[in-house]
Design a protein around this ligand. Structure first.
Ligand SMILES: *[C@@H]1O[C@H](CO)[C@@H](O)[C@H](O)[C@H]1NC(C)=O
Ligand SMILES: *[C@@H]1O[C@H](CO)[C@@H](O)[C@H](O)[C@H]1NC(C)=O
Ligand SMILES: *[C@@H]1O[C@H](CO)[C@@H](O)[C@H](O)[C@H]1NC(C)=O
Ligand SMILES: *[C@@H]1O[C@H](CO)[C@@H](O)[C@H](O)[C@H]1NC(C)=O
Length: 450
């Protein structure tokens, strides 16, 4: 019954709020990191609402971006969204850090920094074509080493006929794209080990020059060693490697232990690849606590352990064991979990009557602990006009005895080395315009709105 009693009032209030002045609120913006396809127009979103409707402007690389002066750039009407026509232009000319500002007489809201980069799929550098000769039984790594694309390419190994090369516990592709053999068989001899890189944005596939592998048995070795000095373009691998049965040892990572960092909310991929004959099997164990079974999966014939949606508790020592009939080897990966800033609670818009007190809080966590920087209408608080009714205490801004005319948009930027979170929250101090409303509003109101 109580809520029924208040409903008509809420409705009336909602109507009043619709007609009240309101500082700008950004409603839509492009992602912070934005990789563009050079064949399409660039769309950089910035939409905002407010009363009166805000006007928009942009900065690029920190200075004013004069949209009017560039015939290739169009700003959508009553919006800040930019459409950049890059046909016939070098898309690189528009790379940079963009920030949108939405302004009306009651305040200024700012967007994230939108980092625009063009996707890239550079060509594979030409390499000398060398045959790799190995003694049967030794371990082998075929390097892929694709060109650094943006975003990075997807790697796969195929033969001349576009058939995937078979993978198993003995032969598999590592996370870096290289093809690892725990030991080679005579059957591994072929001249078409081809690494392909698929660049997702440009839909292009690039092919590395085929690699030839010749696996030699003991009889062939002595002859080849002699030949080797005569044909310098032949690379002989494994002359001193063990080729008989042997216990496992790790090819990647090397040594007894290694460390790896993961970000909270991200994906952790741990990899252990071992050589040995017979082919070793890899298994995993977490030294301090259990593996998180619900978020965890094994890939690549147990050589990769993947943990999704990483949490702080995933930090610790992970031990991989490679085992065959002759023995075993261990490697420990020490995992540290860090965190880009994340919200506990973002500041919320405040609507205040004159003389009221309001509090904005920007509760974030992260590892390392985020630094908090406040701005008012896009200007750092320390550089903006003094206001004695305002007190900043780390993650809190206290506004006491607010006055008509001190409406503004506050920005809280919480950052650490792994990223930042920017929130805009307005403080709308209702003034004379209220008194002209036909409604008899209560003496003091305080409403949280979105
Ligand atoms: C902005 O800065 C980036 C990196 O410094 C540079 O590559 C780019 O060309 C700059 N963009 C413009 C439009 O000046
Ligand atoms: C927030 O602060 C960080 C650290 O100073 C800075 O790198 C980032 O660009 C800021 N973000 C915005 C949108 O101003
Ligand atoms: C290869 O040469 C070594 C000496 O250099 C010899 O002891 C061995 O028997 C030879 N092996 C074969 C299979 O010819
Ligand atoms: C390698 O070259 C040397 C001279 O440099 C020659 O005597 C020998 O017969 C050559 N061996 C082969 C296998 O061609």
């Amino acid at each position: 019954a109580c809520s029924l009693l208040f409903l008509p009032f809420d409705l009336m209030l909602a109507n009043v709020l619709l007609t009240l002045p309101q500082p700008p609120t950004i409603t839509h913006q492009s992602p912070k990191d934005f990789i563009i396809d050079p064949r399409e127009n660039i769309l950089i979103y910035c939409e905002a609402k407010g009363k009166p409707h805000p006007s928009f402007s942009w900065t690029r690389n920190g200075t004013h971006f004069d949209v009017e002066k560039d015939s290739k750039v169009l700003m959508k009407p009553s919006s800040g969204t930019l459409v950049i026509d890059i046909s016939g232009e070098k898309a690189e000319a528009y790379e940079g850090i963009y920030q949108c500002t939405a302004r009306n007489e009651h305040g200024t809201a700012v967007s994230n920094n939108i980092f625009i980069r063009q996707s890239r799929s550079p060509l594979w550098s030409k390499e000398r074509k060398e045959a790799i000769m190995v003694q049967v039984g030794v371990s082998l790594v075929l390097q892929c080493r694709p060109p650094a694309g943006l975003p990075p390419p997807i790697i796969f190994w195929m033969d001349n006929n576009f058939q995937r090369l078979p993978q198993n516990t003995r032969v598999s592709q590592a996370l870096n794209g290289d093809l690892y053999f725990s030991n080679v068989l005579l059957d591994d001899t072929r001249n078409d080990y081809i690494c392909y890189a698929r660049f997702p944005h440009t839909q292009t596939i690039q092919q590395k020059q085929p690699i030839t592998v010749k696996v030699l048995d003991m009889d062939a070795i002595n002859e080849t060693v002699a030949d080797m000095y005569n044909y310098t373009n032949n690379l002989f691998v494994g002359e001193y490697s063990p080729s008989g049965e042997r216990r496992p040892s790790f090819m990647a990572p090397l040594g007894q232990s290694s460390t790896q960092m993961a970000l909270r909310g991200g994906v952790l991929e741990l990899e252990c690849i071992a050589e040995g004959l017979p082919t070793p099997e890899v298994s995993w164990y977490k030294e301090s606590g259990d593996l998180p079974s619900s978020r965890m999966s094994f890939h690549n014939f147990q050589k990769t352990l993947k943990i999704a949606d990483v949490m702080e508790a995933d930090a610790g020592d992970y031990r991989c064991t490679a085992k065959n009939s002759l023995g075993s080897a261990h490697h420990t990966i020490k995992v540290n979990v860090k965190a880009a800033p994340f919200w506990i609670s973002a500041p919320r818009n405040l609507i205040l009557a004159p003389e009221e007190t309001g509090i904005l809080t920007c509760r974030v966590s992260g590892d390392p602990k985020p630094q908090i920087a406040w701005s008012v209408n896009g200007v750092p608080i320390k550089d903006s006009p003094k206001d004695t009714s305002r007190k900043v205490e780390d993650d809190t801004v206290i506004l006491s005895d607010v006055q008509t005319g001190s409406s503004a948009v506050y920005q809280c930027n919480a950052s650490n080395e792994f990223g930042y979170l920017l929130a805009n929250a307005f403080v709308n101090v209702l003034g004379e315009s209220l008194e002209t409303q036909p409604l008899n509003l209560p003496f003091r109101i305080r409403i949280l709105s979105q």
